[in-house]
Design a protein around this ligand. Structure first.
Ligand SMILES: Cc1ncc(COP(=O)(O)O)c(C=O)c1O
Length: 399
């Protein structure tokens, strides 16, 4: 057994990142400035987007996206119950109403048929917010089609999905000819595939991204950086009651170096995923994650599902066993309909989300980070196999 606890998703930070942050510290400008703008440009080019706005979280990116699109009181937004709370919180922040749908059993991404039903029965819907869960893109063709037919914006929660591909498109760019607003929010939180500690990016068409930029910094018509540089002016106008969501140069310095090593980090992620798949694929009590054809997952999370009929312990007990063996697993996510705020406010019940509810009860996420060594991965495999071996399904008694 391991002597030290294996963290779930430690960041991979090298000397380059440390040197870049140190240089920024010494440079005299540490909040939003040249580094943040350079990071925006590099990121925009990496995903092939038209424009990018660096902010301090994916939550902020989604919030300013809704604000820039003018979505607010009296409006509704369709999203998924299987996500992190903040995807839905930002709809609440705007005083709009979230309309939640169930998910597809393989990817656990929102089910396009249910999105269509929700749109048809809710005339107030102004936008669809798909989440590319675990790094696997949601089924976007039917979602774009629904948005096109009903005149809806699409705001993608891509917190998990840098860099993912759907058909020949990188997540972060709209399909050619899509005629509705399309914004995509990425997260650089500490556990994400690319980290700036805390951070996020919004991509989309230049006009909306610029509107989002105003929302992201106090609603000021020019950003603080311009006010303090030699070619800037002290004058500014506040055109909106904006938020304080800008990304600091210190974070962007980290982001620039992380972006430069992203492809290498992704190769390591896929290597670990392949090890897990090889080890767990043949184990009948376990179900390994799916990658649909024509999709390239960003493999943010390795989802393991337990086949309860073949296993003598439930998910919670499985998590306890992993912890005893010093393996830091997690669960993504407790569905929104289970949280007391949303349950009470909208009267949500598990019966309305049978797939999410069933899969939630048998899912767990294994450690996955390019910072993990082969030995770490072997320890996880050994621990999981041991737990399965030691807890066979109970024999059914024949009457
Ligand atoms: C699916 C999903 N959406 C949004 C977020 C929020 O990201 P951030 O912490 O950058 O605001 C997270 C964070 O973990 C997430 O997992």
């Amino acid at each position: 057994m391991r002597s030290e606890f294996l963290p779930f998703a430690p960041p991979l930070i090298g000397d380059e990142e440390i040197a870049e942050v140190a240089q920024t510290l010494r440079g005299g400008w540490i909040t939003t400035g040249d580094r943040a703008h350079e990071f925006e440009e590099r990121f925009r080019d990496y995903v092939g987007a038209e424009a990018a706005l660096a902010v301090n979280s994916a939550t902020a990116a989604m919030h300013v996206a809704l604000a820039a699109l003018g979505i607010g009181e009296g409006d509704a937004v369709v999203s998924t119950t299987m996500t992190f709370a903040s995807t839905i919180h930002v709809i609440e922040h705007q005083r709009a109403r979230p309309v939640l749908v169930d998910v597809e059993p393989d990817t656990l991404n929102l089910d396009p048929d249910q999105v269509e039903d929700a749109v048809k029965r809710t005339p107030e819907v102004k936008a669809i917010m798909p989440v590319h869960l675990y790094g696997h893109p949601a089924d976007m063709d039917p979602i774009y089609d629904i948005a096109h037919r009903h005149g809806l914006a699409v705001i993608e929660d891509a917190a998990h999905s840098l860099p993912a591909r759907y058909h020949d498109r990188v997540i972060g760019t709209p399909p050619p000819g899509f005629d509705q607003p399309n914004l995509v929010a990425f997260s650089f939180y500490a556990t994400k595939n690319l980290t700036t500690g805390e951070g996020g990016m919004l991509t989309g068409a230049p006009a909306i991204v610029e509107q989002a930029r105003i929302w992201s910094l106090h609603g000021m018509s020019r950003d603080a950086y311009d006010r303090y540089t030699s070619d800037g002016s002290w004058k500014y106008d506040v055109v909106l009651p904006g938020f304080k969501y800008n990304m600091a140069d210190l974070q962007a310095a980290l982001g620039l170096k992380q972006l430069a090593r992203l492809d290498a980090m992704q190769r390591r992620r896929r290597e670990i995923v392949a090890h897990y798949d090889d080890a767990f694929g043949p184990v009948e009590a376990l179900e390994t994650p799916y990658e649909r054809p024509h999709v390239r997952s960003a493999w943010h999370i390795y989802l393991l599902r337990l086949r309860r009929e073949r296993l003598g312990l439930d998910r919670d007990a499985f998590m306890t066993e992993l912890r005893k063996r010093k393996i830091g697993a997690s669960v993504h996510f407790i569905p929104i309909h289970q949280h007391s705020y949303y349950r009470h406010r909208y009267g949500l019940r598990p019966q309305s989300f049978p797939v999410a509810q069933r899969e939630y009860e048998r899912m767990l996420s294994l450690p996955l980070s390019p910072a993990h060594s082969d030995e770490d991965v072997d320890d996880v495999i050994q621990a999981v196999k041991e737990i399965v071996r030691d807890h066979p399904a109970r024999m059914r008694t024949v009457a």
